[in-house]
Design a binder for this molecule. Structure first.
Ligand SMILES: Cc1cc2nc3c(=O)[nH]c(=O)nc-3n(C[C@H](O)[C@H](O)[C@H](O)COP(=O)(O)OP(=O)(O)OC[C@H]3O[C@@H](n4cnc5c(N)ncnc54)[C@H](O)[C@@H]3O)c2cc1C
Length: 384
């Protein structure tokens, strides 16, 4: 049976980010990545706010200095933050970079079309069972998504469908993106448009819902068709589609996947390890930071590090926010308008980036509608 120092289950964002860091930091062991997919496709894009230029500049294909938001009550407003930009990473570039990195090493190999069926203790390590064969590993990083049962425990679901379209007419300005425009209630959920002009020729057009229950992609696609028609883009060439149902606020992450034991020399990472920020569904930067720490710990101390937990104050604020949106989706536009209009952009970005100061937090709390948040707080406290 083949034996490895480390097996990474899942070669998606978290698995490949860890791989990149291990290679950069000179990992000397033998590692194997196992993934169920048969090939890498341009299946998504990752956006995040970061300094300009960003640490991840080598992966970024577009950046915007301005972002817009609007609702039925408020016309379009534009926001910017000096020194920061909203960055765009295409999955094709991310996966391509990781494959190039893997080509430079004999230490780490990747096996596609290899779904992991089970994991069981074996001596001091783990036995990983796949349809083709079993493997032994001293350490396991498991980045498989949580099972459906766990996912369904999320407070809210961020459901979206997007199309990358080409040759649209009329063209839109390249320097700004629609972060949250036409914020409204639809399907009894908070809903908004997300439009990224990713190049002179191509635009990513998405409709997103924060909903109490998963919304079918076919339902969202109808809203997307309406948006394309409104913009006069029905005839645009469709380059690719992306969609997702992201869990916002999973209750806990231990044993997220019942197939995988939580034990020594084993750690969950990625979404299954709690990588998504509950209130936003953003995870890319959190995964990158975890990957750097995890590779460092593995190389320096031969130890495994899981995704750092969201700081308790932020986690609590996120829970109240999710509770409020869950009970009052119609407050979504008001909350985000206030956050974006009343809080200095740098404070909002630090909050989104898990690094707010006390003054940032106070400024955010002051901007929010008091009664629903107080009710949300009481609801959470009573439920404890
Ligand atoms: C369409 C989309 C757009 C997103 N956009 C953003 C964004 O703009 N900004 C942001 O911060 N976050 C975004 N996210 C959220 C988050 O950053 C991504 O979902 C990210 O890919 C999560 O990384 P991961 O490694 O946990 O999961 P994945 O990247 O999905 O990787 C999991 C891997 O595990 C493999 N796998 C699954 N089951 C098995 C098995 N049994 N055996 C072996 N392998 C298995 C899968 O094939 C996959 O390769 C987006 C998510 C989606 C779906």
């Amino acid at each position: 049976m083949q034996q490895f120092d480390l097996i990474i289950i899942g070669g998606g964002c978290a698995g490949l980010s860890l791989t990149n860091q291990l290679i950069d930091q000179g990992f000397q062991g033998q590692a194997l990545i196992l993934d169920s997919r048969s090939r890498y496709e341009d299946d998504r894009s990752w956006c995040f706010w970061d300094k300009q230029p960003s640490t991840y500049q080598h992966l970024i294909s577009q950046s915007w200095q301005n972002w817009r938001f609007s609702s039925a009550a408020k016309p379009i407003q534009t926001q910017a933050c000096k020194g920061y930009a909203y960055h765009y990473v295409r999955a094709a570039d991310f996966y391509g970079y990781a494959m190039t990195q893997l080509d430079t090493t004999n230490q780490i190999s990747l096996k596609l079309s290899t779904p992991v069926l089970s994991i069981s203790p074996d001596g001091d390590g783990w036995r990983i069972t796949t349809p083709q064969q079993d493997y032994l590993a001293s350490q396991v990083v498991d980045t498989r998504p949580p099972c459906k049962e766990t996912l369904m425990q999320a407070s809210l679901f961020q459901c979206f469908v997007g199309l990358e379209v080409a040759d649209i007419d009329p063209l839109i300005a390249q320097d700004s993106l629609d972060l949250m425009t036409e914020m409204r209630v639809a399907e009894q959920a908070f809903c908004f448009n997300y439009i990224l002009p990713i190049s002179a020729e191509r635009t990513l057009v998405e409709v997103t819902f924060f909903s109490n229950k998963p919304i079918k992609s076919a339902v969202i696609a109808k809203y997307l068709d309406t948006l394309l028609a409104q913009k006069g883009w029905q005839q645009a060439n469709i380059i690719r589609q992306e969609m997702g149902v992201l869990p916002m606020g999973l209750p806990q992450f231990k044993d997220a996947n019942p197939m995988s034991p939580s034990a020594k020399n084993y750690v969950n990472a990625g979404i299954g390890g709690g990588a998504l920020r509950a209130s936003s569904g953003y995870g890319f930067l959190r995964i990158q930071r975890w990957a750097k720490q995890a590779a460092d710990a593995m190389i320096q101390r031969n130890s495994l590090v899981g995704q750092p937990a969201t700081p308790p104050v932020l986690a609590f604020m996120d829970r109240i926010f999710l509770q409020v949106i869950k009970q009052n989706p119609e407050l979504g536009p008001i909350i985000f308008e206030r956050l974006l209009a009343r809080v200095a952009p740098i404070r909002f970005l630090r909050f989104m980036d898990d690094r707010p100061s006390i003054i940032d937090l106070v400024s955010i709390i002051i901007s929010l509608p008091k009664t629903p948040f107080l009710k949300g707080l009481i609801c959470l406290v009573l439920r404890r």
